[in-house]
Design a protein around this ligand. Structure first.
Ligand code: UDP
Length: 326
């Protein structure tokens, strides 16, 4: 079974390609290498292209004739999406529409989509279940929700079967250190805290310490990237087994505040993390923690790396390798 993986050279997409290959699938990376890395393409062929260009998607589908699509390609910075919504709507919405359209032209019916807990906005209660209202509070979340709506309508019309995987905070790196997180510029908390621990940056700024949480800093649910990748393979198997559409939360079910992450990094690395408090970042809800009971039941998913120390340990190993610290 051939799977076209948009954004397959990126952080989560590359882990998914590795998991696909290990499970006996043939991943074809479709990436424009804007945020992805050529060295992350190791588990199958690649096609250089951009989801904003329908001809590129047509070219890849005509050449490789995929049986299914995994769609990761997207801009994913909440803060940037508030400043530059047009960039997000063009890539994440128009690009995703182009993909759906091409899937129909090429008779591809199975789609696993990289959605987000950002589609829930400020949750009514935590942990968040899939039945909670989806009311995003930033443009990034809006773009992911719009794609979920487009997929739902296409599925209802009998054109596709899909699984929307609503990730909480992807974190960590492959256990063997082969691939990991490397964004330029980096905006995600754990790699930034590791940068501060290793001296690659002077300190880390905590965005707000006046949230209604025990220590005043935001709480997030960090889920290991290999566990996320595994869920994608399981979702593909579920779709291959029959018709339907699904939405699953993928999280750990446990939240950590920004200060708790800093303390965990200090413990794992044995180094001090200089930090200071700054203003809140626009678009950030106070607490996002997921209930993944449904994914565990329906996909047989059982995250293997639930401990935050393990997640940080794997991220730290990768960080040391990439920045040649030892
Ligand atoms: N955060 C922070 N300082 C930073 C980067 C992030 O305090 O330099 C906070 C951010 O406000 C959020 C959490 O860390 O509460 C996780 O942010 P990240 O950007 O890693 O992921 P997101 O939750 O936006 O997907």
């Amino acid at each position: 079974m051939i799977v076209l993986v948009t954004g397959g050279a990126g952080y989560i997409g590359s882990h998914a390609c590795r998991a696909l290959k290990n499970a006996g699938y043939e991943p074809v990376v479709f990436d424009n290498f804007e945020n992805g890395y050529r060295e992350n393409v190791k588990w199958g062929p690649f096609y250089e292209g951009d989801i904003r260009k329908p001809a590129d998607i047509d070219g890849a589908m005509a050449k490789f004739k995929p049986d299914a699509v995994m769609h990761f390609a997207a801009y994913a910075y909440v803060g940037e999406s508030v400043q530059k919504p047009e960039k997000y709507y063009l890539n994440n919405v128009v690009g995703s529409y182009n993909l759906l359209d091409a899937m129909q032209r090429h008779q591809v019916k199975k789609l696993v989509f990289s959605s987000s807990c950002a589609t829930y906005g400020v949750p009514d209660q935590v942990p968040i279940t899939e039945s909670q209202a989806q009311q995003p509070v930033n443009p990034y979340g809006n773009t992911k929700l719009i794609m979920e709506m487009m997929m739902r309508d296409h599925s209802d019309a009998g054109k596709i079967d899909y699984a929307a995987l609503r990730y909480f905070n992807a974190a960590g790196a492959s256990v063997d250190g082969e691939i990991g997180e490397q964004h330029v510029p980096e905006t995600h908390l754990i790699p930034l805290v590791l940068d501060a621990a290793s001296g690659r940056r002077p300190d880390v700024t905590i965005y707000g310490n006046d949230y209604p949480t025990p220590d005043g800093t935001c709480i997030r649910d960090y889920i290991h990237v290999e566990d996320l990748a595994d869920a994608h393979v399981r979702a593909l198997r579920l779709l291959a087994g029959g018709r339907g559409h699904f939405a699953f939360n993928l999280g750990n079910g446990r939240g950590f505040s920004v200060l708790e992450i800093i303390a965990a990094v200090e413990k794992v690395t044995g180094r001090k993390v200089p930090y200071r408090f700054g203003p809140r970042r626009a678009g950030d809800p106070a607490i996002l923690v997921g209930d993944s009971t449904l994914a565990c039941a329906k996909l047989g998913w059982n995250p293997q790396h639930r401990q935050i120390d393990d997640i940080i340990f794997h991220a730290w190993n990768y960080h040391k390798k990439v920045w040649k610290l030892e």
